[in-house]
Design a protein around this ligand. Structure first.
Ligand code: BGC
Length: 766
């Protein structure tokens, strides 16, 4: 039976019921018509399948806990993330789950967001590529995903009600592109709307976001599901494009929909559209037979590989990799009690957990390793634990300090109030580093912490993020050099909270949070203001070194529609094999609107043996050069020169090329009665028509100057310059009005005539 004929056979009550869940995790089945229930589960970095699929809150079935999105992003590895996605799908299949609720593709606007550990990056291009890789990986196995939280879910403070106040260009260039890329390149089965409002309208009722942009502009084919409890007005939400409300059951909401249709307030065609989207996904889910088992051991090994690739060696004075030390002090609770995931809806019940200390034992004998707890579980200050740690560090050749940011400082549900470790942890690092210069700090956290109080005193820092259940092994692999670290930061680590882009507009008040920094989040902000940072976006060290050479392009001049391919040779110049993440940033040298200094538009990860060279290839398309112009309501390009910056991080550019872009766009004319002289001159059609009037204005001004400055021969020559500087940003009509007598028609009528001629000649936009 087709979806259409199925819909035609459904009663109004059945349709309304289908658009709200039957339980915490299932769609409403329609047994009479053979429509089964569909089961969804969190997500994103593991499967959180509840034992009773209709309930919430119980401990979920064991599943592999992979590293969270911060760590995944630091791999910059679409293939690996795809592999992880496929493994997640296998676990879904084994547990009868049709759709996993992830990935999250929101931007890291501020490092204070309590949920940043679930999000990829501060950069929309990187987040979009990785979200698409995740979705393609999961969906390649016939299991669905839920791209979330659409849109502008960038904080936990008042997350159910706050209105994110964002200008159109910022929305389009920063907060939407990761979703756009993921939808266009991977077609997630479902998209989950955010709790918050965007510019005053709940994301669950947002016609512009859900209907116009997501469904019409981007061609999203799946269903839109609410975040759990995000719907306030069910009928408004249906009209706004929200297909499926969760969780259920919600008898009252269902009745509201029935009543609204009966009262003529809701067009049944709107309901039918949502019904068909839901039926389409339910049918898709049926095509993948469920049941069986998954290989928990193989997935644990995969989780270890992902974790190792997502760890970022931030600093290394040469102490790492460890090399035959006879005494190692292992300090810090998280060495014994690993902190490997975040709190909240993404919490996974792991199949097994590698204890970091035990993983070290695989590399070093018990005689070599000593342990001290260092800090307690709670926020109390325990000098005795510090003293014990100092004693252990003093009598060892090296100290490994395992520091985990506790859940009371970082979790879903609340934002962080600072970027600091606990007072005890800071004091511990300082005390240990004071007696042991060979101190290595291993961090477990979901988002940046500040390090100014101690970083100069320690020999190495490894950012291990929320590393998943196998992360303890991955840390050991890196510390002992079995794995050469290759992760790079997908977010900037600032020197202090006050330096961060959203600092003055966080977390909002009176129900609104103003995105006053606009386009300038992450490195875009630090670049623009020249603010020094602790570690820049894209930074990460290796045990080897890489040289970049011979950067070149497929064409130095090219059309935006053709794009361009960039090549660079990368050589492993050290003595161990390693992987390098090559980054490509684009800088617009001259633009009609202000643009960030540079923006990431390509990257590649390459694996190299010592001495080996490979050519890395990255392609740039129309969007790599375009910006969103709110007046045209479109992504546009302009003719001109661009720099292509190829680097090892956003602050370590190794090769620069200059290329010339030819725009193929025929932009519509924007001239109107208020247009300035500059705008008339900038418009090719307007320029031709306005020139005679501008000549007249010049002559008038020259005559005026000549009168005033009689005897000063330089005055008349200065007229052009004065015109440019003084008048060019004034409306043409206003300048003409001052000199109305010199025109044979009233200036307003003259400008109207000009506009008529311009619009007759104007071409429609492509
Ligand atoms: C979270 C979602 C999650 C859902 C179901 C919500 O509170 O925001 O990310 O998927 O709960 O657990």
């Amino acid at each position: 039976m087709t979806i259409q004929s199925l819909t035609a056979q459904m009663t109004l009550e059945e349709k309304a019921a289908l658009c709200t869940g039957a339980s915490a995790w299932t769609t409403t089945p329609i047994e009479r018509l053979g429509v089964p229930e569909m089961l969804v589960s969190d997500g994103p970095h593991g499967v959180r399948r509840q034992p009773d699929v209709h309930e919430m809150g119980a401990e979920s079935l064991p599943a592999t806990c992979f590293p969270t999105a911060s760590a995944l992003a630091a791999t910059w590895d679409e293939v690996l993330i795809g592999e992880m996605g496929a493994a997640l799908a296998e676990e879904c299949i084994a547990q009868d789950v049709d759709v996993v609720l992830g990935p999250g593709a929101n931007m890291k606007r501020s490092p204070l967001n309590g949920r940043n550990f679930e999000y990829f990056s501060e950069d929309p291009y990187l987040a979009g590529e990785l979200a698409a890789a995740y979705i393609n990986g999961v969906q390649s196995q016939g299991v669905g995903t839920s791209l979330k939280h659409f849109a502008a879910n960038n904080q936990e403070f008042q997350r159910f009600t706050i209105s994110a106040e964002i200008d159109e260009r910022t929305l389009r260039e920063i907060y939407l592109p990761a979703f756009e890329k993921a939808v266009k390149e991977a077609q997630p089965w479902t998209v989950m709307c955010a709790y918050n409002k965007v510019n005053g309208t709940f994301a669950s009722e947002h016609d512009y976001l859900l209907n116009r942009i997501l469904k019409e502009e981007w061609g999203f084919e799946g269903l839109v599901v609410s975040d759990w409890g995000a719907v306030r007005d069910r009928v408004a939400a249906l009209k706004g494009g929200l297909d499926w409300e969760m969780p259920g059951p919600q008898a009252r909401r269902v009745q509201e929909v029935v009543d609204a249709v009966n009262a003529g307030e809701l067009d049944e065609a709107v309901l039918d559209e949502s019904v068909q989207r839901i039926l389409g996904i339910v049918a898709k889910a049926q095509q993948t037979p469920k049941g069986g088992t998954f290989d928990a051991v193989a997935h644990h090994d995969l989780a270890r590989r992902v974790a190792a690739d997502g760890m970022v060696l931030l600093k290394n004075d040469g102490i790492l990799p460890l090399n035959g030390q006879q005494t190692i002090a292992v300090i810090g609770r998280s060495a014994r009690h690993p902190h490997f995931q975040g709190g909240g809806s993404s919490h996974i019940n792991p199949t097994q957990v590698t204890v970091p200390f035990e993983a070290l034992q695989a590399y070093a004998s018990d005689a070599v390793l000593a342990y001290a707890e260092g800090y307690p579980t709670d926020n109390s200050f325990r000098q005795d634990l510090i003293n014990e740690a100092v004693a252990a560090a003093q009598s060892a050749e090296v100290a490994l300090l395992y520091i985990a940011l506790p859940t009371f400082k970082e979790s879903e549900g609340y934002d962080r109030t600072d970027l600091d470790l606990t007072d005890q942890q800071i004091a511990l690092i300082q005390a240990v580093a004071a007696v042991q210069p060979q101190t290595v700090v291993v961090l477990n956290n979901g988002a940046p912490v500040v390090m100014g109080d101690w970083i100069d005193d320690v020999a190495a820092v490894l950012e291990a993020y929320m590393m998943g259940q196998a992360g303890g092994g991955a840390i050991a692999d890196i510390l002992f050099g079995a794995v050469n670290p290759s992760g790079k930061l997908a977010e900037t680590f600032p020197l202090q909270l006050e330096d961060t882009p959203a600092f003055l507009n966080w977390p909002g008040e009176a129900g609104k949070v103003r995105y006053g920094e606009g386009l300038y989040i992450g490195y875009r902000y630090y670049d623009a203001r020249n603010v020094p940072v602790q570690f820049p976006f894209g930074h990460g060290l290796s045990y080897t070194t890489f040289a970049y050479s011979n950067a070149r392009v497929s064409a130095e001049t090219f059309a935006d529609s053709d794009g361009v391919t960039v090549y660079v040779d990368v050589t492993n110049t050290g003595s161990v094999a390693g992987k390098e993440i090559v980054q490509l940033y684009v800088r617009d040298l001259e633009a009609g609107l202000v643009r960030p200094d540079k923006e990431l538009k390509g990257f590649a990860k390459v694996s190299l043996e010592p001495g080996e060279t490979k050519t890395v290839e990255m392609t740039l398309d129309f969007r790599a050069f375009a910006f969103y112009h709110p007046d045209y309501a479109a992504w546009i390009t302009e003719d001109g020169n661009f720099e292509l910056l190829i680097g090892a991080s956003s602050a370590d550019i190794r090769q620069t090329l200059t290329v010339t872009l030819r725009s193929t766009l025929e932009l519509p004319c924007l001239l109107d009665e208020e247009s300035t002289i500059r705008e008339w001159l900038d418009d090719p059609r307007g320029k031709v028509l306005a020139e005679p009037i501008l000549d007249q204005i010049r002559a008038n001004v020259a005559a005026m100057f000549a009168g005033i400055m009689a005897g000063d021969s330089g005055a008349a020559e200065n007229v052009d310059m004065d015109l440019m500087m003084g008048f060019s940003d004034m409306p043409l009509v206003s300048v003409m009005l001052w000199q109305a007598d010199s025109f044979d028609k009233h200036p307003e009528d003259l400008v109207d005539d000009l506009l008529k001629q311009v619009y007759q000649a104007a071409q429609p936009v492509r």
